[in-house]
Design a protein around this ligand. Structure first.
Ligand SMILES: Nc1ncnc2c1ncn2[C@@H]1O[C@H](COP(=O)(O)OP(=O)(O)OP(=O)(O)O)[C@@H](O)[C@H]1O
Ligand SMILES: [Mg+2]
Length: 318
């Protein structure tokens, strides 16, 4: 009986309404870039603690949506709310792993210092960490199981291991929402699986919400709660069975799409072409970068399992 009365004494109404607010809410949102509509009148709500896979062809707006949630792309119409709050730049409740992770592979810096740089807000500067920051760095390294890797320089780590450190960076400051833009790009299937499993484990352990964009659904199939599929300015949010269907995808692609299920894998086909694969074999340098945002926009260049590109001043993913 004491338990009950104690519980009643807590400000449960305020607490309940805070915790029942969606982690992310879009209300009639339109996004435009350089006069082009990227998303048009999209409304959706993602709950606290959901792991959502974000899919859609190249240029569908996955990156743009994440940047809008961060306040880096203005909302043309409608409203985006994060945990009930309006979008604001520098929102500490959000952790972000951008799609372009330039030239990390060539950095001599030690893994631990690399993570600490992000904590200090001096991403590419010298790590100057106070004790609270150092404790947070150790906490996130532990969370992603990178305590040992962190003693090695980035140059000596595999793409999958660097991805672990990037995830650690995103977890600094205890965000409640993670936006991970193409964490699987340029990883081989084995590393893809381990990154997905790692994110899933951390997401559950912390009870946080994750938006995880990817080119292919299959690596995410057993991990995600729901899928957010973007195409032609529209969005569909639901379980895999609700969204990965002929009518929904045909609408999003604007042409007839077939969905084939083989041995627990799903293939999204347009005629005899697998669209997810096909789209991303022709990655392009889209969208000018004249916006002067803090994070540059870029499209991943497809290359070998562990890209170590250094030439031509191009950006390369880890
Ligand atoms: N800064 C920009 N200025 C103008 N157009 C842009 C800009 N950034 C992106 N775009 C365009 O907006 C559209 C959506 O791009 P976005 O990068 O969000 O797509 P995406 O779904 O992330 O694609 P990908 O799978 O290739 O990463 C594309 O047509 C792109 O060319
Ligand atoms: Mg993108």
């Amino acid at each position: 009986m004491n338990e009950d009365s104690e519980r009643n004494a807590l400000p449960t109404a305020a607490f309940a309404s805070a915790s029942s607010r969606p982690a992310l809410e879009l209300e009639h949102v339109s996004l435009e870039l350089a006069g082009r509509t990227i998303l048009s009148d999209v409304s959706l709500a993602i709950g606290q603690g959901e792991f959502v896979g974000v899919l859609g062809p190249n240029g569908a707006g996955k990156t743009t949506l994440m940047r809008a949630v961060l306040g880096l792309v203005p909302v043309a119409h409608g409203a985006i709310r994060i945990g009930g709050q309006a979008v604001a730049r520098g929102n500490a409740a959000i952790g972000y792993m951008p799609q372009t992770r330039s030239a990390l592979a060539s950095r001599r810096v030690l893994g631990r210092d690399f993570v600490a740089m992000a904590a200090d807000g001096h991403r590419w500067g010298l790590p100057i960490a106070d004790s609270a920051t150092r404790a947070d760095v150790e906490r996130v390294l532990e969370l992603v199981g990178a305590g040992t890797l962190a003693a090695r320089p980035l140059t000596e780590l595999s793409g999958g291991e660097r991805q672990r450190l990037l995830l650690a960076q995103c977890l600094l400051g205890r965000p409640r929402l993670l936006l991970l833009d193409e964490p699987l790009i340029s990883l081989d299937p084995h590393h893809q699986r381990s990154v997905v499993e790692l994110v899933r484990r951390v997401q559950r352990e912390l009870g946080i919400t994750v938006l995880f964009s990817a080119h292919e659904l299959n690596p995410l199939l057993n991990a995600i709660d729901r899928v957010l599929y973007l195409g032609r300015g529209s969005a569909a949010l639901g379980t895999v069975d609700e969204v990965i269907t002929r009518p929904v995808l045909s609408r999003l692609y604007g042409s007839p799409i077939d969905v084939m299920r083989v041995n627990g894998r799903i293939f999204v086909m347009s005629g005899d072409v697998e669209v997810e694969k096909h789209d991303h074999e022709h990655e392009h340098d889209g969208g000018g970068s004249s916006h002067g945002h803090a994070h540059d926009h870029g499209h991943g260049h497809r290359h070998g399992p562990h890209g170590h590109g250094t030439s031509h001043g191009q950006t390369h993913d880890v």
